[in-house]
Ligand binder design. Structure first.
Ligand code: HEC
Length: 214
């Protein structure tokens, strides 16, 4: 009898520990970026449960741009909740911010109204991380988790920071309205940045983005 209750107690302790550690793992994943010992970013698993900032249609002008006549592509942006909470207070994206840019073709469902579009399966995942000690030259680094095209949207498990010469840095630095981010396209966040006076001084809403992007 005694043995059974000790066993039960041990089992209970094990279960409690297990559930605490998986809750912790989920918490850590959405709390900040995780790197391996080569400095590669580990793929984000749960970003679609983070804070949703915007979904744009037709804002692709690089490799993901559809051929003429094909439906436009959706780019949806998510940010980790802890960074968003900080942004609400300061109007700036803090160290530990991770943005996920999820790219999906627009689909025209046969049953829907003419011109209606829904999102198809993901074709690309691009990420920006802010960490001013890891990336002293501006504070941001960019990553692409896109696997080879022929893999049909399969993503890489880890991604190395893209080199400073990659087009990401120049375009984001030049055209982003808050730090190096396109907060001008995330309506609620942009309002907050305007209230708190954190919009870049040289931001010009009329300046066209003409370089090739996502
Ligand atoms: C020609 C300009 C341009 C280039 C080059 C570019 N981007 Fe962007 N990026 C944008 C625009 C515009 C948005 C606005 C979001 C949208 O599409 O909805 C954006 C948004 C993002 C976001 C969401 C967070 C933010 O900064 O607003 C990520 C992450 C991102 N880009 C990653 C990348 C990566 C990685 C590369 C390089 C492989 C890259 N970008 C290259 C223009 C660019």
């Amino acid at each position: 009898m005694k043995d059974i209750s000790v066993f039960r107690l041990k089992l209970f302790a094990c279960l409690a520990l297990l559930s605490a550690s998986s809750a912790m793992a989920a918490d850590i994943a959405s709390a900040g970026p995780q790197f391996n010992d080569k400095g590669e970013l580990i793929r984000l698993e749960d970003y679609r449960g983070w804070v949703f900032l915007n979904s744009a249609l037709g804002l692709t002008y690089g490799p993901n741009r559809p051929p003429a006549g094909a439906p436009q592509v959706f780019t949806s942006v998510f940010v980790n909740p802890r960074a968003y909470a900080e942004f609400q207070k300061s109007g700036l994206w803090p160290d530990g911010t991770i943005f996920a840019l999820d790219i999906r073709p627009g689909i025209a469902p046969a049953s829907a109204l003419e011109g209606a579009r829904t999102q198809g399966p993901r074709v690309a995942l691009e990420v920006a991380v802010r960490d001013s000690s890891r990336y002293p030259d501006g504070g941001w680094s960019y990553f692409s988790f896109d696997g080879p095209r022929e893999s049909g949207g399969a993503l890489l498990a880890t991604a190395a920071p893209l080199p400073r010469t990659a087009g990401c840095y120049a375009c984001h630095q030049k055209h982003g309205a808050v730090q190096w981010t396109f907060t001008q396209f995330y309506a609620d966040a942009f309002e907050r940045a305007k209230q708190l006076g954190t919009v870049n001084k040289d931001f010009d809403p009329a300046r066209k983005i003409e370089e090739a992007g996502h």
